[in-house]
Each structure stands twice: as C-alpha cells, then as structure tokens.
Design a protein around this ligand. Structure first.
Ligand SMILES: [Zn+2]
Length: 156
C-alpha cells in the first residue's frame, strides 16, 4: 500500500489555471494536469531562483521529495509545450501557508512572515529583540503547535 503523500505548503494559488494552444478545438486537445504543489515548485526555483533546499523548506518537504515534485512539474510543462497539449493547474496535496504576525514592544511595528521561514531574530523596524507574536492570529494550525504552514487542513 502506498504511503499517504505528505502535505506541501504553497503560498498562493495560480491566477490562471488553464493554458491551451491557440487554434485547436478543446475536444481535440490532450490535457496535462499540473498539480498546485508542482506549480509552486516551479515558481520557487525557476522563477524566483530559490535553491532547492530553500524551496523544499518553504514547502515543508524533504529535498528528495522536492526534487521529485520539481522534475515532475518541468516534465509536464515541457510535455504541454512540445507536444501541443493543454495545461490545467489543479489539485495536489497542499495547504496554504499562513502568515505569522509579530509585534514589536519597543516601536509598535507589526509585521508578518510566512510559516516555515523561522522565527525572526530582531524587529525589522528598530532592531529590538523585544517582540512577540501578535495576538490576532488566523488560519489553521495557529496556536495548536501544528507544522510549518498550518498542517492539518487539506485543500483540494
Ligand atoms: Zn521595533
């Protein structure tokens, strides 16, 4: 029996989720489905130039898992372009990364950082270390000790 896939963290959903070659009727097209976690892997490495380790951390997966997601993503995009297929972006095993909010006790500065990036060491505004998690928190997993991006809620 296959192991259940580990949930991946993504920061946002694609704005456009369907690409199709011009001039070919939809009914004649084959479709490639790119999962949202694959989309995020491509985005992190190929567009934002993150190294794979950083990208893997952001998505809350191991390097080897990330490598698999990325190569699958690249292959699907290549397949769509080279073989003239439509590309649909949907599904996959992911949760939306929620943001953590911090508030500086010295200058009152409030800022947010995504889960999975580690706790900040100083206030980005005044450099003070006298800051704390801001009271108003949203999103799954907050305050319940759940994983780097609020694991436990599955989106599809
Ligand atoms: Zn401050």
């Amino acid at each position: 029996m296959p192991r259940p896939k580990k949930i991946r963290c993504v920061r946002f959903l694609p704005q456009v989720n369907y690409f199709k070659p011009k001039g070919i009727p939809l009914m004649d097209l084959e479709e490639v489905v790119l999962n949202v976690d694959e989309f995020e892997a491509l985005n992190l490495v190929d567009l934002e130039d993150k190294d794979q380790e950083t990208a893997a951390n952001k998505m809350g997966v191991s390097r080897s898992t990330f490598q698999r997601i990325l190569s699958s993503a690249r292959k699907k995009v290549a397949e769509a372009i080279i073989q003239g297929k439509a590309l649909r972006i949907k599904g996959g095993n992911y949760v939306m990364a929620t943001m953590r909010k911090f508030e500086c006790a010295d200058c009152g500065h409030v800022w947010e950082i995504p889960f999975g990036t580690g706790r900040p060491t100083t206030c980005p505004s005044c450099g003070s270390t006298n800051f704390h998690r801001a009271a108003e928190q949203r999103g799954p997993g907050v305050g319940r000790g759940l994983g780097p991006c609020g694991k436990g809620k599955r989106s599809r």
